[in-house]
Design a protein around this ligand. Structure first.
Ligand SMILES: Nc1ncnc2c1ncn2[C@@H]1O[C@H](COP(=O)(O)OP(=O)(O)O)[C@@H](O)[C@H]1O
Ligand SMILES: O=C(CO)[C@@H](O)[C@H](O)COP(=O)(O)O
Length: 454
């Protein structure tokens, strides 16, 4: 049996799957937790990956490996390949002012045309500007910049040569200095943002490999590949981030900055909307109520929200671009002051943010024939049942699984054999509900009424 491995190094954890390259059957798997926080030393990811690989029985008998991971994080290396400072992750908002400056300096249209996206605090380029401004001594030591998945691939390959860093189209498209449309770096943007040029990883083609390593992918592109998403499939992923995206044959360039015009992992495009507040809104609400996720779901399904709205900007927000916002609760009455109403409002609030994202993608021309729901919080029964009412469409929920790691495994098999795998995806459950536009309308009325962070 020929084995391939796929990795998802996501915000909260790392997952490893080992699959049969011919059939896609899961042979072994492993996982390990990542440290909390929006600033993490990459060595913590490597330690977690090593432990997850061990749990998955090692990689000695595996012929090809691909690593997918959280997008955008800034990993800076010095000339000898050492990490300069802990990585700033996609959900670290300290570079919000740098993002505002970069957009003001060149204009949103220039960014959208050059890179497919208008940078917000998540994007690597804004973190580089922040570093140049706030930590000039660290900035001076930077010889190369790469992304979490690039660094893990490089590290696992055993290389110490900066010239051997590789990445893929999907993750390169989240840097703010690579064009999906032109399939090329825009290094003048990197120089503009950081003040000078540095080494960047070589961008591999979707099925290219270096030794036994595939190109890897940003986690959302990895999930699209893992689900074998086709044009018309829109994926809603509710993990640490909330994302809505679809595979498209047309490159997006949304000047409003709502839709990010990323590349996918198959040579096409992946227009995407990302929110900063997703599964952790339910984690926080369950903790506040002192209940499990299962009990939270039961509470949420036991009532309607009756006008209670939770605007879930607990970590600030990325879409809409409100990095300094806080969450807020609106519509409290004696009647809505119950655990059940709060649970329902939390689920509806996070889903309304994603429904706004779905609308934005449709407005950009993305076709929606099917909505697929994945990510840790897709396990939640209330999310599954309320999503179709909020989205106004049926929602298909594939079996709980590690679709990002599966996408990486598919890529590894593709790179190994030269054939894109046709592994079958087992059955999805379809959830339907009457559309509930009143919930969306009430949320829309509340969403801008939030306090800034202190
Ligand atoms: N049944 C559930 N209901 C709601 N949230 C859940 C449930 N199970 C897991 N989660 C949450 O999902 C998140 C992890 O999802 P995952 O997609 O692995 O995240 P990431 O890829 O961002 O690391 C955690 O915040 C976890 O608490
Ligand atoms: O920033 C984005 C997409 O632009 C996020 O989707 C990150 O890629 C993190 O993903 P998860 O940890 O939530 O899987």
């Amino acid at each position: 049996m020929t084995l391939v491995a796929g990795v998802d190094s996501s915000t909260q954890s790392v997952k490893v799957v080992v699959r049969d390259a011919d059939t896609g059957v899961l042979v072994r798997e492993g996982r390990a937790a990542h440290p909390d926080g929006t600033e993490v030393h990459p060595s913590a990811w490597f330690d977690a990956l090593t432990s997850a690989i061990g749990q998955a029985g090692g990689l000695d008998d595996v012929d090809a490996v691909s690593i997918a991971g959280q997008q955008h994080g800034m990993v800076c290396l010095d000339e000898s390949g050492e990490v300069v400072r802990p990585a700033l992750l996609w959900n670290d908002t300290r570079s919000a002012a740098a993002a505002t400056d970069l957009v003001a300096e060149l204009g949103a249209k220039t960014w959208a045309e050059a890179t497919g996206s208008v940078p917000v605090a998540s994007f690597t380029i804004t973190k580089l500007r922040w570093l140049a401004t706030h930590e000039p001594e660290n900035a001076a030591r930077v010889a190369a910049v790469c992304l979490p998945h690039d660094w893990l691939t490089w590290k696992l390959s055993g290389s110490t040569d900066l010239a051997e860093l590789v990445t893929d189209r999907s993750d390169a498209s989240g840097t703010g200095y690579w064009s999906p449309r032109l399939n090329a770096y825009q290094l003048e943007l990197l120089e503009h943002g950081f003040g000078r040029s540095v080494t960047v990883p070589r961008v591999l083609e979707p099925a290219e490999r270096v030794g036994r390593f595939g190109a890897g992918a940003g986690d959302n592109a990895g999930a699209a590949l893992g689900l074998d998403a086709q044009p018309g499939d829109v994926v809603v992923s509710i993990g640490t981030s909330g994302t809505v995206f679809g595979v498209s044959t047309v490159a997006a360039a949304d000047e409003s900055g709502i839709v990010a015009g990323f590349a996918d992992a198959t040579g096409h495009y992946l227009p995407l909307v990302c929110t900063l507040n997703a599964a952790r809104v339910l984690d926080a609400t369950a903790a506040l109520l002192g209940v499990s996720h299962e009990a939270l779901a039961e509470l949420a399904l036991s009532t309607r929200s009756d006008g209670l709205v939770l605007v879930p900007y607990l970590e600030g927000e990325r879409t809409p671009n409100r990095p300094d916002a806080t969450g807020s609760l609106h519509g409290l009455t004696l009647g809505t002051s119950t655990s059940a109403h709060l649970a329902r409002a939390a689920v509806e609030g996070l889903l309304c943010g994603l429904a706004d994202g779905l609308d934005a993608l449709v407005a950009q021309g993305l076709s929606v024939q099917r909505v697929l729901l994945i990510g840790g919080a897709a396990r939640n029964q209330a999310v599954r049942e309320i999503a179709p009412a909020v989205f106004g469409r049926p929602v298909a929920v594939p079996p709980a699984g590690e679709y990002v790691a599966d996408g990486a495994a598919r890529q590894a098999a593709w790179a190994l054999t030269g054939q894109r795998p046709t592994w079958s995806l087992s059955g999805v459950d379809v959830y339907e509900a009457d559309p509930d536009p009143a919930v969306r309308a009430r949320y829309a009325a509340a969403r801008d009424l939030t306090l800034e962070r202190m």
